[in-house]
Design a protein around this ligand. Sequence first.
Ligand SMILES: CC(C)(COP(=O)(O)OP(=O)(O)OC[C@H]1O[C@@H](n2cnc3c(N)ncnc32)[C@H](O)[C@@H]1OP(=O)(O)O)[C@@H](O)C(=O)NCCC(=O)NCCS
Length: 204
Amino acid sequence: MAVEIRTYVREDRRALEELAIETSCTNDSKVKRLEDIMHPEFYFDIEYAYHLDYEPESILIAEDNGQLVGYLTGCVDVRRYERTMAYKIVPEIAFKLFIGEYDMKTAKIVGKALKHPIQLCRAGPTASFFHINIAGGYRGQGIGKELVERYLEYLKKSGQDKCSVGIFSGNERALRFFSKNSFVETRRNRFLDWEIVNLERSLR
Ligand SMILES: CC(C)(COP(=O)(O)OP(=O)(O)OC[C@H]1O[C@@H](n2cnc3c(N)ncnc32)[C@H](O)[C@@H]1OP(=O)(O)O)[C@@H](O)C(=O)NCCC(=O)NCCS
């Protein structure tokens, strides 16, 4: 594979953000464009602010000739994630809502989500977890598998015994990918209008 896997540096932030927003809707086969359902900034804050601002050492980047073509944003300590969401990120999102930084449809989603603050901070993960995205033209070449394997090695070295991932139930390709990579479904839960499948892989 010509694509290089390496750890994240601050200069990757913009390219990672662009890829996250561009590929976000492929996570849910019913949705065509992210901006049709919510403000991209809200999506990025809720899904990625923790990883980029509080745990960048657990991010892996796939790069092809200097171009970011995939990433895996990990979280080793899920309790730390929940605390950071509860005390930092969710209050910042509430503040942005209060000062009118999001559009109306996003404000409605945030308003609804803030009625379930515990669920918002704990949106699914049951153990060390991650998000993964590969750019459209680079899928099916083994990059996803390589990123996941590298991350699982990293988790084992930091003493974790399992790893979890949350997938929208309509995301057939990702569900197939994770089942091929030895992740098994542990539960399903709802977050607002979405059903999220939680999968786990043992690291023992
Ligand atoms: C799900 C996802 C991460 C998988 O990554 P990927 O790099 O495409 O995965 P891989 O290439 O390792 O494996 C995928 C498929 O390619 C095949 N493959 C692996 N290596 C290959 C190679 N060298 N050449 C051709 N095919 C290959 C695999 O057998 C697998 O087959 P499948 O389509 O029957 O499942 C990717 O599709 C993606 O980013 N999707 C959008 C975001 C998303 O859904 N993220 C998950 C939620 S966090």
